[in-house]
Design a protein around this ligand. Structure first.
Ligand SMILES: Cc1cc2nc3c(=O)[nH]c(=O)nc-3n(C[C@H](O)[C@H](O)[C@H](O)COP(=O)(O)OP(=O)(O)OC[C@H]3O[C@@H](n4cnc5c(N)ncnc54)[C@H](O)[C@@H]3O)c2cc1C
Ligand code: SF4
Length: 563
């Protein structure tokens, strides 16, 4: 064996697995398909506004040629461009009438650099949803199984937020919250007065507001409220693999990182029922190589992991490795986005906010929990909220030159509030990732084909989310209210998940309650593909907690000699 463990992917989940394994004394190889990134050195967060090309805009021609999909994401701009793959170099296919936005970053740290850092726990409303309504497989765990791991992850990552005592949004280990501004406080008061079953709270986000000695020892510092996080953060103030998990793993002396290493497939030893090798192609030289370890973790993100498993066909697994259930690649989910509404407020013109708080507020799910009358859909939706004063929002919206522009900029414009809805998507077997048998990429790996649509339940809950958002804004005195829409194609919320789901029954699921594949003893999957249902909350905190839990479980098995 070259190593005790191999982890594929260095993003949010791979970083956590590597850290936990290394801290348990496990010699770990981390394989990353993208280039190396030097934390702090390679970021553009210290560029002055006038140093950012085109005030953040990427020329339309370049977008159309290289970033047709990535360029549709809100965080794609000329200062963050290096964190997005070129669609022209990393194609995939979809049916012509069923687009799917596969948003990716291939580099050390993965999308932990570009993520929006919103961190919410799931609850037993989510883990028990399938058991209650039968519309998704039952999770093999409940909130109590994950709660200590959420604690561990929040403490280490550093999450600011406010405890609210809500069953559907469990409390956590939070540093000081960032605080609501005057308009948000007024909105909160009004919404909670009219709807005592709804709650408006400051966003929970993975930013250090009160760094601990452990954070500081890793070179991390407090958030400066600059709101240029999508460029990377030289203060290490928000959680990423590069600011937090990988430095912690390196400290142990047990971590080896190989970048530009594209995992093509896993080899399977049927006699031992184990993965016997991880085959890699060098991204630059296209040379092949194989690594061996006692245990293998796939953390290549939901679709990347499905691609590796489906490519790892053998005599014993003709449909792809660990795929006796035929669930690998199926049940692809995302959150429904393009929901909610925006409005302007005529008041509070003498009030402003201090700094550029890099987050907003949150209105957790209430439909089918605290409010279930007149509800014609299953599950629910939640809102993230953002406020600004229009002409002074980041980047500046005002167009013009000279004295006229300067004059316009003397006043910050009206207050604006946007409620951004995230709806739960039900899993369906025919929403799936397969391999395109006819086309390969420039490394000879079959392309991914993604066929995924929203269903009737998503349509119904989306309509309700739009109605509710507009009604709440109107009740709080907003004007010029417009729906956010249209509903975006799946993938657009970048919460893709479900393609190797956890479950109790090996006939219908890929992973057991510890994220270990039912079929292959030394193979674990801890990225979003493990999710049995999507919930409404942003999922990465749950991926992290599951990753930390599974890594420690695997470390126990390595210690006992079981694997
Ligand atoms: C703009 C944006 C905002 C977001 N906001 C939020 C948010 O607020 N809250 C939230 O919870 N989530 C958010 N997300 C989603 C979040 O980024 C993902 O859920 C999370 O990064 C998934 O972690 P992961 O480890 O599975 O994948 P990634 O972080 O994408 O990491 C996967 C890694 O695997 C590597 N890889 C892939 N294939 C291979 C291969 N074959 N061989 C070797 N390496 C491979 C990739 O290069 C990558 O580095 C956001 C994402 C984006 C882009
Ligand atoms: S707002 Fe905070 S986390 Fe974001 S770039 Fe600035 S210091 Fe870093």
């Amino acid at each position: 064996m070259d190593f005790d463990a191999i982890v594929v992917g260095s993003g949010i989940t791979g970083g956590w697995v590597a850290k936990e394994l290394c801290e348990r004394g496990v010699k770990t190889l981390l394989l990353e398909r993208g280039r190396n990134v030097e934390h702090k050195v390679d970021y553009l967060d210290f560029a002055a506004p006038w140093q950012v090309p085109n005030r953040g805009r990427v020329p339309e021609e370049e977008k159309a040629q290289h970033y047709a999909i990535q360029g549709t994401n809100y965080a794609f701009n000329s200062a963050s461009k290096q964190w997005w793959v070129r669609d022209s170099e990393h194609p995939y296919s979809t049916p012509p009438d069923r687009p799917f936005s596969w948003i990716r970053g291939y580099h050390l740290g993965g999308r932990s650099i570009t993520w929006g850092r919103q961190t919410y726990r799931l609850s037993d409303y989510d883990f028990g949803a399938g058991r209650r309504d039968g519309k998704s497989i039952d999770w093999p765990i409940r909130y109590a199984d994950l709660s200590p791991w959420y604690d561990r992850v929040e403490r280490f990552a550093g999450v600011s937020g406010s405890n609210e005592g809500l069953e559907q949004l469990p409390d956590g280990q939070f540093m000081a919250p960032m605080g609501l501004n005057c308009l948000e406080r007024a909105f909160k008061d009004k919404v909670e007065e009219i709807h005592p079953t709804r709650r408006v709270t400051v966003a929970r986000c993975a930013h250090l507001t009160e760094p601990t000695a452990e954070h500081i020892a890793l070179g991390r510092g407090p958030c400066q409220m600059r709101n240029v996080c999508d460029r990377g953060c030289g203060y290490g103030a928000y959680f990423s693999s590069l600011s937090a998990t990988l430095p912690a793993a390196k400290k142990t002396g047990n971590l080896t990182i190989v970048t530009d290493a594209i995992v093509e497939r896993l080899d399977y030893d049927h006699a031992k029922r184990r993965v016997s090798g991880v085959r890699v192609i060098d991204a630059n030289t296209r040379q092949g190589k194989s690594y061996q370890a006692r245990v293998v973790f796939l953390c290549a993100s939901t679709i990347g992991t499905a691609q590796i498993l489906l490519s790892s066909r053998s005599e014993f697994f003709p449909n792809g490795l660990a795929n006796r259930s035929d669930a690998v690649g199926r049940y692809l989910m995302d959150h429904v986005v393009g929901l909610g509404a925006v409005g302007t407020h005529p008041g509070f013109l003498d009030r402003y906010y201090y700094g550029r708080r890099p987050s907003g507020f949150y209105l957790p799910r209430y439909a089918n929990i605290t409010e279930n009358e007149d509800v014609d859909f299953l599950r629910g939706f939640a809102f993230q909220g953002y406020t600004s004063r229009s002409s002074w929002s980041r980047g500046g919206n005002e167009v013009g030159v000279g004295a006229e522009l300067k004059q316009k900029l003397r006043t910050p414009g009206r207050w604006e509030m946007r409620l951004v809805g995230f709806g739960e998507m039900l899993p369906r077997a025919d929403n799936r990732v397969t391999l395109d048998e006819k086309r390969i990429d420039k490394w000879g790996i079959p392309l991914v084909h993604i066929d995924c649509t929203h269903g009737e339940n998503e349509r119904l809950l989306g309509e309700r989310a739009n109605r509710d958002a507009a009604a709440m804004l109107a009740a709080a005195g907003f004007e010029n209210i417009q729906a956010n829409g249209p509903v975006r194609p799946p993938g657009h919320s970048v919460h893709e998940m479900g393609t190797a789901r956890m479950g109790l029954d090996p006939a219908t699921s890929v992973l057991n309650r510890y994220n270990r594949t039912h079929d292959v003893a030394n193979l674990f999957v801890t990225d979003g593909s493990c999710m049995a249902s999507s919930g409404t909350a942003n999922p990465s905190l749950t991926y992290m907690a599951l990753s930390a839990r599974a890594a420690n479980y695997a470390a126990d098995l390595l210690t006992s000699g079981e694997i």
